[in-house]
Write a new protein. Structure first.
Length: 170
C-alpha cells in the first residue's frame, strides 16, 4: 500500500516484504542428490518502488532454482518459507535430467538448465560440445578454436562409431 514516506504507518512496503522473503530463503535447506549435488537458486532480477519518498506498493523478484529433485518438494519448501510474505508464481519448470553417457567419452555433472527434457521425442539425448560454463553468459563468453576442432572430432567419433550409436539408442 503506497504512502508518503513522512507517514510510513499509512503504507505497507512491498519492498520490505520482498527483502524479508529473500533473506528467509537463505536459511532453507534445499534438496540434494548424491549424483546431481545440491539445489540452489540465484536472484536474477529485483524490481519495485515508485520513488524514494514513497512507501512502495509493489515489488517483485525473479529467482532461478537449479533443482535436483521433485519440483513439488521444492515448491512446498518455498511456500512454507515465504508464502505468508509474498505471492509465489512458477514461470517455467524444467525438471532435472540424467543424461545418457557413452563409454569412452568423458562425463561430468553440471548444475545448469538445458532444453533436453523438452526434446524427449528425439531419442536418447547427449549433451556434448565446446566451451566452458565458467564464461557462459558473461562478457567474456567464447569458444576457442582448439575447443571447436575438438568438438568436431568428438561429434564425428560419436557418429562413426556404430557401437557407441547403438549404445545411445538403447
Amino acid at each position: 500500500k503506497a504512502a508518503h514516506s513522512s507517514q510510513p504507518e499509512l503504507g505497507e512496503s512491498a519492498i520490505d516484504k520482498l527483502i524479508d522473503a529473500l533473506v528467509a530463503l537463505r536459511d532453507v535447506e534445499w534438496p540434494a542428490d548424491d549424483q546431481l549435488g545440491e539445489s540452489f537458486y540465484t536472484v536474477g532480477l529485483i524490481k519495485g518502488g515508485i520513488a524514494p519518498n514513497v512507501i512502495s506498493p509493489g515489488a517483485n523478484a525473479e529467482l532461478m532454482f537449479r533443482t535436483v529433485s521433485d519440483h513439488d518438494v521444492l515448491r512446498q519448501l518455498i511456500e512454507t518459507t515465504v508464502g505468508t510474505l509474498v505471492t509465489v508464481e512458477d514461470v517455467l519448470h524444467v525438471p532435472p535430467v540424467r543424461l545418457t553417457t557413452v563409454p569412452g567419452f568423458d562425463t561430468a555433472v553440471f548444475s545448469f538448465t538445458t532444453d533436453i527434457p523438452f526434446l524427449d521425442r528425439w531419442g536418447s539425448p547427449l549433451l556434448i560440445g565446446p566451451g566452458s560454463i565458467t564464461v557462459a553468459h558473461t562478457a567474456d563468453e567464447h569458444v576457442t578454436l582448439p575447443e571447436l576442432y575438438r568438438a568436431v572430432d568428438l561429434y564425428a567419433q560419436l557418429a562413426m562409431d556404430g557401437d557407441a550409436a547403438a549404445r545411445v539408442a538403447d
